[in-house]
Write a protein that binds this ligand. Sequence first.
Ligand code: GDP
Length: 392
Amino acid sequence: MRVFFIGFGQAGGKVVDMFIEQDRKSGMNNFRGIAVNTARTDLMGLKNIELKDRILIGQTVVKGHGVGTDNVTGARIAADEIDSIVNAIDTRGTHDVDAFVIVAGLGGGTGSGGSPVLARHLKRIYREPVYVLGLLPAPEEGRLYTYNAARSLSTLVKEADNVFVFDNSAWKNEGESVKTAYSRLNDEIVRRFGVLFRAGEVSKAGVGEMVVDSSEIINTLRGGGITSVGYAVTEMVSERTKKKRGLFGGLKESLSKKEKTEEVLMGEDKSAKVIALVRRAMLGRLTLPCDYSTAERALVLVAGNPNEMDRKGVEKAKSWVEENIAGVEVRGGDYPVESTFVAAVVVLATIGEAPRVRELFEIARETKEDVIKSKEKRSSMFDDPEIDPLFE
Ligand code: GDP
């Protein structure tokens, strides 16, 4: 899939910068990306997004210093300067793009407020789907972050075609602060979403037997709402791969009868390994911990050395996923990469139940009530009819 990334705000910019780095290293050139921010220093800190693709907005309002945690101002600035953002996207080229992905930390100000505004406009202008990859704050960051995230998320599910959610708190280790965990968390984000977003494109290892093309990813996500992603990886090297990689690998292309029999027997083993990997991806830690049985659709993607791929294994894994989710639409396929590792990505689309999101909204509701109460208290303190103000 050819993706146009827009990193909105600090977290969004950093993550998109890493997607671009990964794309460059792979030599595939599937990703394009720009960064948008109200804070100049955040844009300066990026390494891989070209300077001309770093867009500073809101200069007349915040003078390049950022909006802090004020996402209402973030949204207003994005709306006021939407033309220059869209113009930057257009200049970069959109004719061959399959989807837009806006990445943002939902607890802050610029990305939290700006990404729903941008999603709305991109949807109006382009026919391609607009997805958001939203990062949820950890509770330790304070209630304002949670409140911001709840407001942003509830707007995003209306404005974007689908919202991939990554929960920072589910991914940081016990006792670790979110800040020290960022680089590890970002690695995790880019690893799993990198495999997913690259699916269907031709890699150095060739084209898959059961290619997952971008329309299948798009169809999986068409229910909207929020989506969680599972991932698992393992080293899988069969005798065949070892032989091919051997000194005379090129001469051993035609396998002997005995070797062919071994291959058939190993086929069963390969199937079992693929199924076990997919199970591990879905039952392990998801980007947003949630009840996978409430997912409307799913996509199973197995990426690895073509010799380790197994059609039967992928088919069986798909059936297993289908038995375990609410809906019946499970798509899937393989994606060849030159590696001794095999990775499985399971997209659980349009999730019906995620306790973390419920908790987020509950805390946000309480926070709003407390803010209103304290405002009322503050204003009533000066409401004394006996004391006249100097002028009205
Ligand atoms: P903005 O610049 O105003 O949009 O604000 P940020 O992008 O800094 O968003 C703040 C939220 O994003 C907080 O919940 C942070 O924990 C989170 N965040 C900031 N930087 C990173 C990062 O590099 N990785 C991850 N995963 N989260 C981040």
